[in-house]
Design a protein around this ligand. Structure first.
Ligand code: TYD
Length: 340
């Protein structure tokens, strides 16, 4: 999956770019690391905020790694594993900061992941990771967060247990609006005496209160997911009956999950618009909807758009003011299927 045709580019989204820039400023001011490592550096959207000598990236998808190299950023086309960790240790020594966004939850063996992080992190070093939050996922019925490359969707409770097995622990949590509700975890070595922030305790309390540690919660979630499927399908069936032309916006992996699960195929959606070059002129898996290049304009005869990239709702709604002004509507499945 993470090969030289990987389509995702962090820089495609201004939300992601801005969020990385803000974080980079905080890191520079507060943590002042001498050497930074990014695991899964994609096209260098985070790295470009730092002095080129201070940050090293690893990125196994050779096509995107090439982009960072062209920008003269120091990256290696490698997976995060024992061999890579050994190589980095011998070439660069230890790191004061390791950053990884939406990457570690894609790797199966988390014990191995964190063992290697521990070995590469300096004694007072910090690991910052960002990933979708299980709590938000359940609250917003975003069942489409569960798909092939998302092996895990972390809760703070579960993540801290795995970290502790590897002599690491969370000391602070920030909530992010990114990707439908993510958490940014600040992690340290247990032996480092940094204070545990209230935000961590609050998150644990909220997760337990919601029932994340209770099996029943997940059965209830399953019921809501089935309800969501029926409702979304009924919206599409009704629009088709009324002879409306519907298109999709943002051919995400998430929307592939929704469409296949809800049996919504090229009978219901004419085509998808997407800004990612590598997706254009291809088809959505299983539902065979053609993906077309986004050209800053929605066809005049389109009134309904299924928002596949719902995780960038605010950004897209802002961008599509013209479409909305002329009465255009978006179909969205979260927190429950509706037309907005
Ligand atoms: P992504 O967030 O990676 O979701 P997933 O992990 O589920 O695939 O994908 C976002 C997709 O949406 C990406 O292909 C780019 C596209 N997109 C647009 O076409 N226009 C936009 O304005 C935005 C923000 C994204």
């Amino acid at each position: 999956m993470f090969n030289n045709t990987y389509p995702y580019r962090s820089s495609m989204s201004t939300t992601v770019s801005k969020s990385f820039k803000l974080l980079a400023n905080i890191i520079k001011k507060k943590l002042k690391p001498k050497l930074i490592l990014e695991i899964g550096s994609n096209d260098g959207t985070f790295m470009r905020n730092f002095n080129k000598n201070k940050i090293i990236g690893i990125e196994p998808c050779k096509n995107v790694e090439k982009i960072t190299k062209q920008k003269k950023l120091n990256t290696h086309p490698l997976y995060w594993n024992d061999k890579t960790a050994k190589f980095l240790r011998s070439k660069y020594g230890k790191f004061d900061l390791i950053f990884s966004a939406n990457t570690l939850s894609h790797i199966k063996n988390l014990d191995n992941v964190f063992k290697n992080v521990y070995n590469l992190l300096s004694e007072t070093g910090v690991l910052i990771i960002e990933d979708p939050s299980l709590l938000e996922c359940l609250k917003k019925n975003t069942y489409d967060q569960f798909y092939n490359e998302h092996i895990y969707v972390f809760s703070c409770v579960a993540l801290n247990k795995i970290l502790k097995k590897n002599k690491l622990e969370i000391y602070k949590v920030e909530k992010l609006n990114i990707h439908g509700g993510s958490n940014r975890y600040f992690i340290k070595k247990i032996s480092d005496k940094k204070n545990i922030d209230k935000s961590f305790l609050k998150q644990i309390k909220n997760e337990k209160k919601y029932g994340l540690t209770n099996k029943k919660t997940y059965f209830k979630f399953a019921k809501r997911v089935n309800k969501s499927k029926n409702k979304l399908r009924s919206i599409f069936v009704k629009l088709k009956k009324q002879k409306n032309k519907v298109i999709g916006y943002g051919a995400t992996a998430k929307s592939t999950t929704i469409l296949n699960f809800c049996n919504i195929n090229n009978n219901y959606i004419e085509y998808f618009l997407d800004t990612t070059q590598d997706k254009q002129n291809k088809y959505t898996p299983g539902t065979k909807i053609k993906i077309i290049k986004y050209k800053n304009e929605i066809e005049k005869n389109i009134k309904y758009i299924f928002l596949g990239a719902w995780n960038f709702k605010e950004e897209i709604l802002k961008k599509e003011k013209k479409f909305i002004k002329r009465g255009g509507k978006f179909i969205i499945h979260t927190p429950y299927p509706k037309i907005i």
